[in-house]
Design a protein around this ligand. Structure first.
Ligand code: ADP
Ligand code: MG
Length: 285
């Protein structure tokens, strides 16, 4: 394999931009025609739920890890080329889950998709550490705040303990006029700096809209930064969409305007769409 395909998006401190990074990196690569799965391995929280609009009894990763459902049943289509495996919010169900099953889930997804992104919970619990070792590479996410940087050190240490590899650091919510050196922050952690994502007010708006930022506002500074990061990580050339031309004519398979959310009715169809999209993509290779 020429490039890493399973990334864990991790942080020591919560609320630093892991889910935002997972969703936007995944969407950028899907727009470029790669088949992408994003997985909510932060089992106690519902990070991806806002993008999937689940009904209360919908099948989630909890059911898969409890041995009650297959991974296909918990896979929801977000847009062309991209699916999400959300985690449930039910704490009783959570108690029944066996994080060990995540290994099988990751291997299954790895064999089906070009890229898999694991949205990892903050902290030091078993469910947090496990994905760090299952991924090919760990992207550490931190804001420039000293407390977040300090907690990133724990993620670096936990990754080593889990037998994982660090890809590097993404500093989120940076300010252009700040005199902080992000290279120095990465240097302190002794890991490479992969990129910086500027503070961007549309980021929060896009979450409320249940739409990835790179779709909600492709021209925003943070969207540009996520495209660069996706390109640097994957080695894939990512086009910048222009204002007057949505890019729809350069690749009809790409999701230039993915639908923001799957409705309950679309979801059933979604499973078929994904399988047929994948079959189609495979037969094109
Ligand atoms: P985590 O998954 O690490 O808990 P989130 O991705 O959910 O973090 O982000 C936490 C909050 O920060 C969200 O409200 C999100 O919209 C906001 N946020 C993330 N990235 C940015 C950014 N570049 N600029 C402004 N707000 C951001
Ligand atoms: Mg999150």
């Amino acid at each position: 394999m020429s490039h890493e395909t399973v990334y864990a998006i991790a942080s020591g401190k919560g609320g630093v931009g892991k889910t935002t990074t997972t969703v936007n990196l995944g969407t950028v690569l899907a727009q470029a025609g790669e088949r992408v799965a994003i997985v909510d391995t932060d089992l106690g929280m519902a990070n991806l739920a806002g993008f999937v609009s689940l009904t209360p009894d919908a099948t989630t990763l909890h059911d898969v890890l409890a041995g009650d459902a297959s991974i296909d049943d918990a896979t929801y289509r977000l847009a062309d080329n991209i699916v999400a495996v959300p985690s449930g919010t039910d704490l009783d169900e959570y108690a029944k889950t066996s994080p060990e099953g995540l290994r099988t889930v990751v291997e299954e997804l790895r064999s089906t998709y070009d890229f898999v992104f694991l949205d990892v919970g903050a902290g030091v619990s078993h469910e947090t550490v496990l994905p760090l070792g299952l991924a090919d590479s760990v992207v550490v996410v931190s804001t420039p705040e000293p407390a977040a940087v300090q907690d990133s050190q724990k993620t670096v240490e936990l990754t080593a303990r889990a037998g994982g590899e660090i890809a590097g650091l993404v500093v989120t919510r940076t300010h252009p006029n700040s005199d902080i050196s992000y290279d120095e922050i990465a240097g302190q952690l002794e890991i490479p700096l992969l990129g910086t994502i500027p503070e961007d007010p549309t980021s929060r708006e896009s979450v409320c809209a249940g739409t990835p930022l790179v779709v909600y506002d492709p021209q925003s500074s943070a969207s540009g930064a996520y495209r660069r990061l996706a390109s640097d990580l994957s080695g894939i050339d990512i086009q910048t969409p222009s204002d007057d031309d949505s890019g729809a004519d350069d690749d009809e398979e790409s999701a230039s305007e993915p639908e923001p959310q799957a409705t309950a009715d679309e979801r059933e169809a979604g499973h078929d769409d994904v399988s047929s999209a994948i079959t189609e993509a495979e037969s094109n290779n």
